[in-house]
Design a protein around this ligand. Structure first.
Ligand code: DMJ
Length: 477
């Protein structure tokens, strides 16, 4: 049994019981000895990806596609941040590699039971990953992708080296929060602690508590939780009289510099983390902030139209609708609604998202939902619509969401696969491939396909939350 699944889901077979005992003993011994023996990881994983549970055929297919893309990365970009899948060239975000793809992909390998790949990746991380770099990095991206995965992979394996790296990274990111308001700057230099970028959006300002809070709990250092919590509170405090937040805020003055409100890209995970931090830490402030925010969002941003339920954009002060756009990033919201218990809106919104996908054969980045015309036509290999199908299936067990998942999987394979990996589309209508494969394809898109279509209950949402990059964090405190 891996660390995020429900013990109750184990088959009552004596062989399985025996493996469970071995797994627990092995995990306990590795966790106390400070390292993880390969046996411990293997035994721990053996039950995680039990092929006789759930849809073994789909699990194998998704795993195979993971290995296809991962194989391309290994062959052409090993040790770098990303593979450019068409030119077959490596790419590093900041000139030096922070192992973006291997770190982001690690817990997916672990959950899929790809033990050899996971072991090789941990070796690479141990030998090569250093955060002592004179580079300005995006606090938000590095937190959700790297810090999130280091913490999650530590919890899955007990490998203390991953926690040490997470602590080192967290310490280097902390200066970002030293603004007059406590709202974080957009970028921080990992070596010097210098900061830049005064105007984050709400997502860049308020998507830290799950990772920094977990880091506090696992290291016993309260500073991480405090800094991340303050940032969220500082945004919430500045909501308008009708309860909405804007699209950009100045961290020196605390004044909004963008006043359009939405649930989409740039704001999305600010809302997501209010709910999830309430669940992971039992944080009552977050619960209250989530509940009052949701009321305003449902009142002013939700839009019940002849084409379905959508969430558009409105002025944060007046609530007057400014645009009627919805896109791939907004498709995370059915998941959050489902997690909060609003199954009716969650179902209706996921139906709209599905319509967006099937109208074009794959999902464009943005449409105008009143005309169903494309506003922005790329497909970035994004996971959100699959994430929502996963949550809805988890809570309702309605096979409709499995069918949706199958459609997503089939179109992704059909249109975005190439001979070595997977590629984003510059045009979702024409299906023109572009030379990009973001690390979230491994961390999220393939993981959500696997947990939706493969073994059921791989993730137990009672004890675990997934961060916004799909890294599972388990409540152990
Ligand atoms: C991911 O990096 C995260 O899910 C983030 O919250 C939003 N965008 C991408 C995936 O689309």
């Amino acid at each position: 049994m891996h660390q995020f699944s429900e013990g109750a889901k184990m088959k009552p077979k004596s062989a399985s019981r025996c493996l469970l005992v071995i797994a627990i003993l092995a995990f306990a011994s590795s966790a106390t000895s400070g390292g993880t023996s390969p046996t411990a990881v293997r035994e721990t994983l053996l039950l995680a990806a039990d092929p006789v549970e759930g849809n073994a055929e789909m699990a194998a297919k998704v795993r195979q596609e993971f290995l296809h893309a991962w194989g391309g990365y290994k062959q052409y970009a090993w040790g770098h941040d990303e593979l450019r899948p068409l030119s077959k060239q490596p790419y590093d975000w900041y000139g030096v590699s922070l192992l973006m793809t291997p770190v982001d992909a690690l817990d997916t390998m672990i959950l899929m039971g790809l033990t050899d790949e996971a072991d090789q990746t941990r070796k690479l991380i141990d030998e090569k990953l250093s955060f002592d770099q004179d580079i300005y990095v995006k606090n938000f991206e590095i937190t959700i992708r790297l810090l999130g995965s280091l913490l999650s992979s530590y919890q899955l394996t007990g490998d203390k080296r991953l926690l040490l790296l997470a602590d080192d990274l967290g310490r280097r990111l902390l200066p970002a929060f030293n603004s007059p308001t406590g709202l974080p700057y957009v970028e921080v230099n990992l070596r010097t602690g210098a900061v830049r970028g005064d105007e984050p959006n709400p997502a860049e300002a308020g998507t830290y508590l799950l990772e920094f809070g977990t880091l506090s709990k696992l290291t016993g250092k309260p500073i991480y939780y405090q800094k991340a919590k303050r940032a969220v509170v500082e945004i919430y405090k500045r909501r308008s009289a009708i309860g909405l937040v804007g699209s950009q805020i100045n961290v020196r003055t605390g004044a909004w510099t963008g006043t359009t409100s939405s649930i989409g890209g740039g704001t999305d995970s600010y809302y997501e983390y209010l709910l999830k931090a309430a669940r992971l830490f039992g944080d009552k402030d977050c619960e209250r902030m989530w509940e009052s925010s949701l009321k305003a969002v449902n009142r002013y941003l939700a839009d019940d139209t002849s084409t379905g339920l959508w969430y558009g954009q409105a002025d944060m002060n007046t609530g007057v609708r400014t645009t009627t756009q919805f896109g791939a990033l907004d498709a995370f919201f059915p998941a959050v609604l489902a997690l909060s218990g609003d199954m009716d809106r969650a179902r209706r919104l996921e139906d709209s998202c599905y319509k967006m996908w099937t109208s074009f054969g794959i999902e464009p980045e943005r449409i105008d939902y009143t005309t169903m015309k494309i506003v922005q036509s790329d497909y970035e290999l994004r996971p959100e619509i699959i994430e929502s199908a996963f949550y809805l299936y988890y809570f309702t067990k309605d096979p409709r969401y499995l069918q949706m998942g199958q459609t997503f999987f089939d179109s992704i394979v059909k249109y975005t696969r190439n001979d070595v990996a997977y590629a984003a589309l510059s045009d979702a209508e024409k299906k023109t491939q572009r030379d990009d494969m973001e690390s979230f394809f491994f961390a999220e898109t393939l993981k959500y396909l696997y947990v939706l279509l493969g073994p059921p209950n791989t993730i137990n949402l009672k004890t675990t939350v997934l961060n916004t990059e799909a890294h599972p964090l388990r409540r152990t405190w």
